[in-house]
Structure formats: structure tokens, C-alpha cells
Write a protein that binds this ligand. Structure first.
Ligand code: ADP
Ligand code: ASP
Ligand code: MG
Length: 453
């Protein structure tokens, strides 16, 4: 009979935390400092997935070789620091050969399925190397192929997990192993029912960690990254941003949805379902502490954070024949739904609909949300206007739709910015502004100064 391990922490390390040999060693030290960490989920080393995505799009022979050389250099920088580099060096070279072969096929016949098979190599390589780093520190570990457990549908590039299958597979395949050794696995990758490799969308390793945390009913999920927690906004944009020590699932989830890259948008859903606290901290400086995301934060403030989502497209649909408004809305939404367009922000008037298409992280490949077939179908029903290169700046908070004086304070901060669209009201947790991409950072800086500093 399998004994349920008393305390399980799932620890995920992002790209910068496994970027090179030193980063891997810092991450190893974090794992060894907490004996509750039983399962480790790894991203590809920083930069690797971007290179693989470019290869998957199909490159000319010479460009292909350049990318593969860069990939090889990243891996061999790590391998050369190992005491026994031979066996693992051969294994990694074998994966690099696979990459080369798949990239050649992608150059003549690219496909979303091929792209997932190709990009999955980033996580496969980093996890194999990490096992070696730990082994050389004398730690017993087992490399585990995440595709055995992360069952998804076959929506390549942004596959959706099948929660019940993952729970069953984790129980059978993972739980018994947790007692034997520390398990090292890959984030981001999964497989469909036919065994094809799939991916969960860019940044999906966070999601893998919480999916596995949910399946194993872990006590905590730790997300180790390059910032010491979740801040009031991206500290790269505003160095004065303040760390949020404790935040509720719903607020952090809202931040992730609206672009706070520190967490993949879906990360908190599994954690919320099983009420598993999530910790976010820096693998570069674990002693700096971090953010605890949990069920309810104490005294949630009106203004919690600012987030920005880039690569937004504004799609405006204007009715051309005097169709009643309700029929026009129904027809347009039916078309958008048939084309799987995810709409999270929409405004409407009597004769027009404006909606925002979000291309960030939509897929692991380079697929475009606004496809030619969608445009053709829409154009046969209405006049279509498209404006690209926009950014969505969102204020995240609590009871925003009820608090008095908010508009005055927030709109004053937006005074000098060319706002293209405003969304407020459906959720009391957000207030969104669509702006030209090059105005977004300034808008964040002004709003942060007036609302948070
Ligand atoms: P990883 O590779 O570890 O998954 P990511 O680059 O995906 O790391 O996420 C970490 C980055 O998220 C930070 O470097 C930071 O620039 C960005 N970020 C965006 N919004 C926030 C926020 N509100 N708080 C902290 N970091 C944020
Ligand atoms: N390596 C993948 C990416 O870069 C997944 C992740 O890092 O979370 O998107
Ligand atoms: Mg990430």
C-alpha cells in the first residue's frame, strides 16, 4: 500500500534560475535547504525556448545552424562545469541532433504539433542537466518525464490540461516515487491522449507546478524566479515598486491575467481549487523573502497593483446593414467563438463592437490570433477596423466599482495619455486602459506614482 507522503512542497524554477551552472547550483541549494521539497519542476534555461520557437517557425539552413550553435553553447557551458561531463554530454548532443532534424522538417512543413515536439527539448535538456548537478552534490534524484502525467487535449501550442486524468496519473506514477527520491521534472510540456507532445503556452511551467501540486494535494507550491515576490507593478518598469507580502488568490490571478508575467495566467486556478498556498521568491536571493499567495489576504487595499499586457490588437466591427443591435452582437460573437477567439474585454454601441485580441502567451508558437480566415468571415458581415501595437494597462484592486473618488484619482493619472479604450464595471477588481504600446510604460509610471508611492 502506498503511504501518503506527509508534507509535499512542489518547487518550480524558471528560466533564469536554471540559466547556467551557477544558477542551477543556487537553485539546488534552495531545494536542499527544505526537506519538504519532493518534486521539482523546471523551465528551459533562459533564452532556450525563444530559440526553439524561432526554429519551429521554419528557418533557412544558415539561420538554423546559428540558432542550434547558440543552443549548443548554452548547454555545453553547463556541461563543461560538471566533474563527469561525458555521459550527460552525449545525451544532450543526442537531443540537439533531434532538434536539428525537427528544425529541418519545420523549414519545409511547419506545424503546431511539430513545434511542440521541438520546443519541449528545452525543458528536457535543462532537467537532465539539473539531475547531474544534484547528483554531483551527492543528492539522490530521479528524472521524471512530465508527459507521463500532464495529460492535455491536442490543442498544440496552448493545450488545456485534463484535470481528472492528471490526478489519476499523478497518483499512479508520481506519488509512489516521491518517497524514493527527489523527483526532477519539466514544466510547460505534456502529452495528449495519443501520446503526442503538447505545451501549455509560453510561461507554462508555473502552471505545471500548480497542476502537479493540485494532483498531489501538495502543502505548498514555490515559484522561484528572478524577483523576490510579486510587486505593485513590474519592478523593471518602476524600480520603486513595492513587494506585496501577502495577496489573495483572486487578486494575484487577476494580476497574472492582465499581464504580470511573474505568474502564468492559469497558475492560481489549481491552487485555488485545492486551497494550496503559493510562494513566489527569488532564486538569486532566497533570503530576501517573497510573496505568499493564499485564500484571503488581510485588509485588501483598494489599489493593489498595476499590470501591463503588450501585443494587444483592437478589433472594431461596424454593422453595415441596419441589423437590430442584438442580432448583430449575436452574429459577431458566434463568428468569434467559431474561430476560438478569446475575448476578455469588449465594449459595444448600437452599431459597433470593439474588442481586444490578446496575442501574449496565446500559444507556444508564433500563431496569430487574427487569422486570415477570421478576417475574411468578419468582413463579409460588417466593416472591420484593426489597430495593432497596443498595450493594455490595468489597475487591479478591490471594490473598484463601488469606491467613491476612484475615477478622479485614476483618470487624473491618465490625463496625458492617448487612451484608445476603457473597460470598467464587469469586475470590481480591475479598471483597464488600452493605449498605444509606446505610451504604456509612462502610463504605468504616472499611475504608480499617484496611486502607490
Ligand atoms: P521565470 O523565467 O522565472 O518564469 P518570468 O520572466 O516569467 O520568470 O517572470 C519574472 C518577471 O516577471 C520579473 O523579472 C518581472 O520583470 C516580471 N514581472 C511583471 N510584473 C511583475 C510584478 N507585478 N511583480 C514581480 N515581477 C513582475
Ligand atoms: N520555457 C517555457 C517558456 O519560455 C516555459 C516557461 O519558462 O515557463 O515559455
Ligand atoms: Mg515565467
Amino acid at each position: 500500500m502506498t503511504r501518503i507522503y506527509p508534507h509535499i512542497v512542489v518547487a518550480k524554477f524558471g528560466g533564469t534560475s536554471v540559466a547556467d551552472f551557477d544558477a542551477m547550483n543556487r537553485s539546488a541549494a534552495i531545494i536542499l535547504a527544505d526537506h519538504h521539497v519532493r518534486l521539482v519542476v523546471l523551465s528551459a534555461s533562459a533564452g532556450v525556448t525563444n530559440l526553439l520557437v524561432e526554429l519551429a517557425a521554419g528557418l533557412e539552413s544558415r539561420d538554423r545552424q546559428d540558432k542550434i550553435d547558440t543552443l549548443r553553447a548554452i548547454q555545453h557551458n553547463i556541461i563543461s562545469r560538471l566533474k563527469q561531463p561525458e555521459a550527460i554530454g552525449q545525451e544532450i548532443d543526442h537531443l540537439l541532433e533531434n532538434i536539428s532534424r525537427l528544425a529541418e522538417t519545420a523549414a519545409s512543413a511547419p506545424s503546431a504539433a511539430l513545434s511542440d515536439a521541438l520546443v519541449s527539448h528545452g525543458e528536457l535538456m535543462s532537467s537532465l542537466l539539473f539531475v547531474e548537478v544534484l547528483r554531483e552534490r551527492g543528492v539522490e534524484t530521479e528524472w521524471f518525464d512530465a508527459r507521463k502525467v500532464i495529460r492535455t487535449n491536442d490543442h498544440f501550442g496552448c493545450a488545456e490540461p485534463v484535470i481528472s486524468a492528471i490526478a489519476e496519473l499523478a497518483e499512479k506514477q508520481l506519488r509512489p516515487r516521491l518517497e524514493q527520491a527527489l523527483i526532477i521534472t519539466q514544466g510547460f510540456i505534456g502529452s495528449d491522449a495519443a501520446g503526442h507532445t503538447t505545451t501549455l503556452g509560453r510561461g507554462g511551467s508555473d502552471y505545471t507546478a500548480s497542476l502537479l501540486g493540485e494532483a498531489l494535494q501538495a502543502n505548498r507550491v514555490d515559484i522561484w524566479t528572478d524577483v523576490a515576490g510579486i510587486y505593485t507593478t513590474d519592478p523593471r518598469i518602476v524600480p520603486q515598486a513595492q513587494r506585496i507580502d501577502e495577496i489573495s488568490f483572486s487578486e494575484a490571478s487577476e494580476m497574472a491575467t492582465f499581464g504580470a508575467k511573474v505568474l502564468h495566467p492559469a497558475t492560481l486556478l489549481p491552487a485555488m481549487r485545492k486551497n494550496i498556498p503559493v510562494f513566489v521568491g527569488s532564486s538569486k536571493d532566497p533570503s530576501a523573502g517573497g510573496t505568499r499567495v493564499c485564500c484571503n489576504a488581510e485588509n485588501p487595499p483598494h489599489y493593489r497593483a498595476l499590470a501591463v499586457r503588450r501585443k494587444q490588437t483592437l478589433l472594431k466591427l461596424h454593422s453595415v446593414n441596419a441589423q437590430p443591435a442584438h442580432a448583430f452582437l449575436a452574429d459577431m460573437f458566434a463568428i468569434l467563438s467559431r474561430h476560438h477567439v478569446a475575448m476578455d474585454l469588449v465594449t459595444t454601441s448600437e452599431t459597433s463592437i470593439a474588442l481586444i485580441l490578446n496575442a501574449t502567451g496565446a500559444t507556444s508558437g508564433e500563431a496569430d490570433t487574427l487569422t486570415t480566415s477570421l478576417l475574411t468571415e468578419l468582413s463579409s458581415h460588417c466593416r472591420v477596423e484593426v489597430e495593432a501595437d497596443l498595450a493594455l494597462v490595468t489597475l487591479i484592486g478591490n471594490a473598484l466599482s463601488r469606491a467613491a473618488g476612484i475615477c478622479q484619482q485614476v483618470f487624473a493619472g491618465m490625463e496625458n495619455h492617448p487612451v484608445r479604450m476603457i473597460c470598467h464595471g464587469a469586475s470590481s477588481h480591475n479598471l483597464c486602459f488600452l493605449l498605444p504600446a509606446d505610451s504604456a510604460d509612462n502610463a504605468i509610471k504616472t499611475l504608480h506614482r499617484s496611486l502607490f508611492e
